[in-house]
Structures are given as C-alpha cells and as structure tokens.
Ligand binder design. Structure first.
Ligand SMILES: Cc1ncc(COP(=O)(O)O)c(C=O)c1O
Length: 395
C-alpha cells in the first residue's frame, strides 16, 4: 500500500462535486433529480465563441502557447479592465490559467506557505480553505452572519490581522451567499488593508452576474496604493457559460505574476490554446449574450427568493449576485424528515435528496453550519418543481 503525502492525505474532495456525483447515481437509476448543486450556467456557450474555437483549430492554433497565455488574450484582458472598470493593467501583469480556480491556486502557491495566515471570511467558497492548507499556510476564518448580510465589517478584519497574516481572500459577488459588497463597504475594508501589511486576493468571477441594478466593484481600482498588493482574479466560466473551457486569469504586481507563471510553467505548461482563442472571442466579441443570460438569472433569482421565503422555518438574504440562494435551515434540526433524524446541514441535504430527490449542498463545507445552498443556474420548471418538493419534505 503506497503512503500518501501529508498534503494529499489532508485534502477533502470538493463538496459540491461530491453532491453532484450522488445525484448522478440516482439519475442513472431512472429517478428525476431536482439538481441545484452545481455552480455552472446551464446555457450553452454562445455560438460565436464556439466558432472561434473551431477556427483556431483549423488555423493550427493547436500548439503550446507562452506559459502565461497568449499575448492577444492578455492584451484583450487589459483592454477589458480599462473599458469596464477604468483600471489599467499591462499584459505583463496578467497570467492566464486553467480556470480561475487554477489562478487562485497559483496565487497561493506563489505567496504563502507554512507559518503564514490567510484570512477567509465565512461563508466561503469551498475550495479556498483546502487550497490554503495545500500550501501549508493556515486559514483564519472570520465568521459573518445573516444579520450582517454575510459581509465582513472593517472591525472584524482589523481584529483578524496578525503579524503572520499574508493575505485576505475576498469574494464579491459571493459564492455561496449571493451577496455583493457595495463600493463603500469595500472602501472601508481597503482602508484597513492599507493600514496593515497584508495583500488581497479579490475573486471577482461573478462580477457580471449582478441584480437589482447593483454594480460590482473592481477592488484594486478603489485606491491607487492597492495596486501593489492586490491580485484580481476572474475568468470566462460564469460570464460566458464556459465552465468546461477552463480559462481564468489573475492580474497583479509584475514580480508576483512572474512567480505565478513559473509555478504554472512547471506544473501545467500553458493554458489550452484553443480555449484561449475562444476566450478572446468571448471578451472581444458581441456582449449581448452576457446581458441575456444575466437577465435570465435575475428572473430565476426572483422566483427562487419568493418561493424559498415562503417555506416554513427558512430564511434567506436576497441574493444580489452570482446564482446561489443561501438559506437558513437550522430551525429544522432535531426534526425527523423523510424518515431521518435531522441533526445538521449534511443530514438535512442527504434526507432531501433521498426522500424528495432535491439536490442542494450543505452549508457546513462553506463554513456555515445551519444553512444550505441552492444554485439557480437551472430552468424555471426545475426551480418550481424542486421547491415544491422541498416544501412537501418540510411538512
Ligand atoms: C467563487 C468562485 N471562484 C472561482 C471559481 C472558479 O471558476 P473557474 O475555475 O471555472 O474559472 C468558482 C467556481 O465555482 C467560484 O464559485
């Protein structure tokens, strides 16, 4: 029996992917599952983007690209930040990776290690803490509550910073809560950061999926001094329904981007050449597909919020971004539902899947016991049917 490394032995599988696998098994048995577990748009990748990929293959763009991504795509990303956020980046400040998840890993690998602390406000995206632990650094959780709309206050941040803190991981709009920090709230956090020595990883992957006229903020653009210590992460997965293409990016100070490119070049060579051509077409092409999908998500958000709010013993903050509803289920702990005694979010979600075929993700792996996450990146029919099934489950 081969012995696993300490790092591999300590890693948990992604909880969202695990929930998806369980549902797949039920489906294989012929059961209809209302699947609200996965964090990806249900729309197909827009046609003009697919065509660009086909053209890239026909033109022979099938070889290694520079380790950090093609010059064309890096320049296009710079133009996009200037156009949308008024933030100037130069191409040597941009690293293209195999999805934003890979970008985040590269940031952590290049920036933190044993003895370092990384501040993560909870609830957080499941992968953050495991990725931090993979580097040997220690995640320091800052719990936020429903009452504060799951947003960390400047005072909380100030209290969490120690001499060992290297990095804050921020995510707005947020997976799993769907809340979006306002510009003013982020400015207040920025001021605390600038009083200290720490860096910020701002995960803005859901930046274009915002509702009710809410605007997402590019954190690094808030104060000129942030440029030296902010890494902005985003990608095409959520905005352009391109999860399988695996293209994300990180923008930050040149020495850090160089170090990340070295890590990446040794680990994976370069991001996929064809996907980079497709991402270029996504960013530079007609943007009407983005608004069309955003509007569809907003309508589903309205439906989900209205229906979930009506469920007994359930409460939630209205999501203003991303495509998740994060709702409180703790009032049901201690009950017997679907023939099972509910003791925590994991048993709640298991019982909901087994007895009502509703697949939602427990709050525990997001650092928020007492909650569950429902992705509304699925059709209205599924949403209506699934929440009805959930209502029966709760009776
Ligand atoms: C908050 C957050 N960051 C990053 C990612 C990574 O996206 P990708 O690797 O597909 O670009 C996700 C995907 O679920 C996410 O929810």
């Amino acid at each position: 029996m081969m012995q696993l490394s300490t790092m591999a032995a300590s890693i948990k599988p992604s909880a969202t992917l695990a929930a998806g696998a369980k549902a797949m098994q039920l489906r294989a048995e012929g059961v209809h599952v209302f699947d609200f577990s996965l964090g990806e748009p249900d729309f197909p990748t827009p046609e003009h983007i697919c065509q660009a990929a086909i053209r890239a293959m026909q033109q022979g763009k099938t070889r290694y690209t520079p380790a950090g991504g093609t010059a064309e795509l890096r320049s296009a990303i710079c133009r996009m930040y200037q156009r949308i956020h008024g933030v100037p980046f130069s191409p040597d400040q941009v690293l293209i990776s195999n999805g934003a998840k890979h970008s985040i890993f590269n940031v952590l690998a290049a920036l933190v290690g044993p003895g370092d602390e990384v501040i993560i406000p909870t609830p957080y995206w499941v992968s953050y803490s495991d990725m931090v632990e993979m580097t040997g650094a220690r995640p320091v959780f800052v719990p936020t509550t429903e009452d504060q709309q799951f947003k960390m206050t400047p005072e909380q941040l100030r209290r969490a910073i120690t001499p060992r803190t290297r990095l804050l991981m921020l995510n707005s709009p947020s997976n799993p809560t769907g809340t979006t920090y306002s510009r003013e709230e982020l400015e207040a956090l920025a001021d605390v950061i600038l009083e200290s020595h720490i860096a910020v990883l701002s995960d803005e992957i859901y930046e274009h999926l915002v509702y009710d006229g809410v605007k997402s903020t590019c954190f690094v653009g808030l104060r000129p001094e942030l440029k030296e210590r902010t890494i902005t992460v985003s990608g095409v997965s959520k905005t352009y329904a391109m999860t399988g293409w695996r293209i994300g990016w990180a923008c930050g100070p040149v020495p850090l981007i160089k170090a990340m490119a070295n890590v990446q070049s040794q680990a994976t060579g370069c991001p996929n050449s064809i996907s980079q051509a497709a991402a270029l077409a996504a960013i530079e092409g007609d943007q009407s597909c983005v608004e069309k999908m955003r509007r569809a998500f907003e309508e589903r958000r309205d439906l989900v919020y209205e229906r979930l709010s009506r469920l007994p013993g359930v409460s939630l903050v209205k999501p203003t971004g991303a495509f998740y509803a994060f709702f409180r289920i703790a009032d049901h702990f201690g009950r017997t539902l679907g023939g099972r005694r509910i003791t925590d979010s994991v048993t709640f979600c298991e019982a909901a899947l087994e007895s009502s075929h509703v697949n939602i993700v427990p709050g525990a792996p997001f650092g928020a016991e007492g909650y569950a996450r429902m992705s509304f990146a699925t059709s209205r029919e599924e949403i209506e049917g699934g929440i009805e099934a959930l209502a029966r489950f709760l009776e």
